[in-house]
Design a protein around this ligand. Sequence first.
Ligand code: NAD
Length: 294
Amino acid sequence: MQLIDGRKVSEDIYQSLKEEVDKIRAVGGKVPHLAAVLVGNNPASQTYVNAKVKACEQVGFGSTLLKLDENISEDALLDTIKQLNENNDIDGFIVQLPLPHQIDENKVTQAIMPHKDVDGFHPTNLGRMVLNLPAYLPATPFGIVKLLEAYKIETSGKHCVVIGRSHIVGSPMSILLARNSNPGNCTVTLCHSRTKDLATYTKQADIIILALGKPYFLKKEMIKEGVVVVDVGITRVETTTTKSGFKLAGDADFDDIAEKCSYITPVPGGVGPMTIACLMNNTLLASRKEIYKD
Ligand code: NAD
């Protein structure tokens, strides 16, 4: 079994982004600038947004963090988005999800101009991804593709089972791995909460992508020898082994399945660091106007 080290691969991405920033500075150019909008006080969202701002500092990007009140109206948030769309200093921005109940997430996603949508959630970017046209790819699936690439894991002709069909992870992941590209060319089965007898599919899989948010879900009797397991799940679970009384758990029962896998991502330290590195990569593309040239 080989561990897929997402921290190491993300550090390599940060290093190359830093080098790009140095080149931009050397010619007196404008460094990429990411803005993040955080609505309310959700602790997980605060942690993710802070990590994104820190990543900007690490690679030398500019960053702006807008913290908005939990009770902000949808109109006021849409107005903030309009201002960010029109602000030429900001190359790309994200609105951290989930949003409070009074706000329609779909409206917010669609209000972000596609050329600034570095999360890749806008229908235009998702549509372009399906058509294999240049697009901002959603950061988590993009990060997984980069991990498979970094470890030279063959995907062509392989059977990949994706568990979870969210718009941000499972669904785009299934599309990316089925595309005629490398990594890609998989035969993909997309499983979800209504899938019957899920183990029938996982037992046939060469690659399993777990994105369901159910800690320790995948057990060794559900997989075949030599499978590649990529674990996206992050759930805070109680434990007696840490001072805080909590730890992060993935969707795989790592200790149970690791020996049966050819490759496996740990949680933490697998997919998580790649998500932020890929967001940074999208921000560089946005500042260069490489996806939307006009
Ligand atoms: P979600 O919570 O929006 O959806 C979960 C999906 O899992 C649904 O499509 C549902 O149909 C499916 N599902 C639920 N129970 C199932 C079951 N028993 N069998 C089969 N399918 C089942 O998903 P999400 O937002 O994609 O998040 C999934 C997990 O990934 C969460 O733990 C989340 O914290 C984590 N996550 C991690 C990163 C990262 O950077 N590592 C990024 C995003 C999400």
